[in-house]
Design a binder for this molecule. Sequence first.
Ligand SMILES: *Cc1c(COP(=O)(O)O)cnc(C)c1O
Length: 447
Amino acid sequence: MNKEKVVLSQKDIPQAWYNVLPDLPEPLPPPLHPATGKPLTPADLAPLFPMSLIQQELSPKRWIDVPPEVLDVYKIWRPTPLHRAVHLEKAIKTNCRIYYKNESLSPAGSHKLNTAIAQAFFNKQEGVERLCTETGAGQWGSSLAFACHLMGLKCTIYMVKVSYHQKPYRKSLMHVWGAEVHPSPTNLTKAGQSILQKFPDSPGSLGIAISEAVEDAATHENAKYALGSVLNHVLLHQTVIGLETKKQLEMIGEKPDTLIGCVGGGSNFGGFVIPFVPEKLKGKDIRMVAVEPTSCPSFTKGLYTYDYGDTAKLSPLVKMYTLGHSFIPPGIHAGGLRYHGASPIISLLVKRGLAEAKAYPQNPVFEAGILFSKTEGFLPAPETSHAIKCAIDEAKKNDGKCIVFNYSGHGHFDLSAYDAYLDKKLEDFEYPAENVKEALRDLPTFD
Ligand SMILES: *Cc1c(COP(=O)(O)O)cnc(C)c1O
């Protein structure tokens, strides 16, 4: 057995996703209706999602079968290898063992295709003709574009305006796969129009783009909405990452001490760590570390409370760590991970102390990404580099530990951000605590 690159065969692709909901230490607080504040019923969600995904969102079942049609597509790139970062270990002179699960090998270049393909499949099965979504840096938009193409669905994407202009090649990829892409805020939706009236030069945000996509889906026949992170069913589909990782570590006789992932909405981190949660609850000593940017510090500076998932308050209220739904990330931030909230499941794990959170500014993150690329060769997405930075820090601080991180995606479409770093044009930014207080003043109340 080659311990430097642990490879599974196609029969080892997980045949079922692991649903952590029945195993959580306490029930997840229910999602609430955005207008009434009452717990949501499946019927409330029906305008946005197909019934099969709504059932998965709330399911008490521990294992949910991966449909054969989805497995067939997973076979294009799954199972993904688990690498030992021997060259990085040498460079930082650690006696810890560092491993990374390589999710950058999907056609879209990140873990996001794991759920995109499942979501497109379940929508197609229920007769949906078009999916609407938002995208920030473009990894989710390109994944959904490819998934929709494979499943015979149309795809409309609202792309955060600042990224639309900063990352033109992701937009090209979405076009190659046949999607329609609009820089958000647009004039095509009421939500977009109202933002543009107040802020004609708005750079956009994920919260605004979600409002536009939700409105588009809710107001058109045979169109539904798809979200690339945050929701329970998204984390469910992503558990293929952690399930494979567990098997790979067992094959080489390793027990992980520390699991690390970056967090935007929490889907790659969740998919990676959730299959280890049952062992952790039984008392196994496994640390789970979620890494975020200091410019969008949902876990480290946000509040654990009910908030809207989008700016126009069209999406359900969920209990999560949030910076407030009106949060607009600073334009100077190049590192992704810019969503104001986070997955309710991961939020609960952090609140209960089962997972911990850490924040890093972007310059040390890019430095870590470049060191990784100069040693291991792969060029990481800036998002992924947050996990790399943390893994390096942990390896330097500890002795003989087994540290495993999720390599969520490659950085081949992020080269302008690398140029900016190399030209010393990136600024570090601490999101001010006052701004958090300000945005949280606008939290929902129901009388
Ligand atoms: C989208 C993305 C992330 C952040 O989203 P999560 O839902 O938190 O995983 C991280 N890394 C890559 C490469 C991404 O594409």
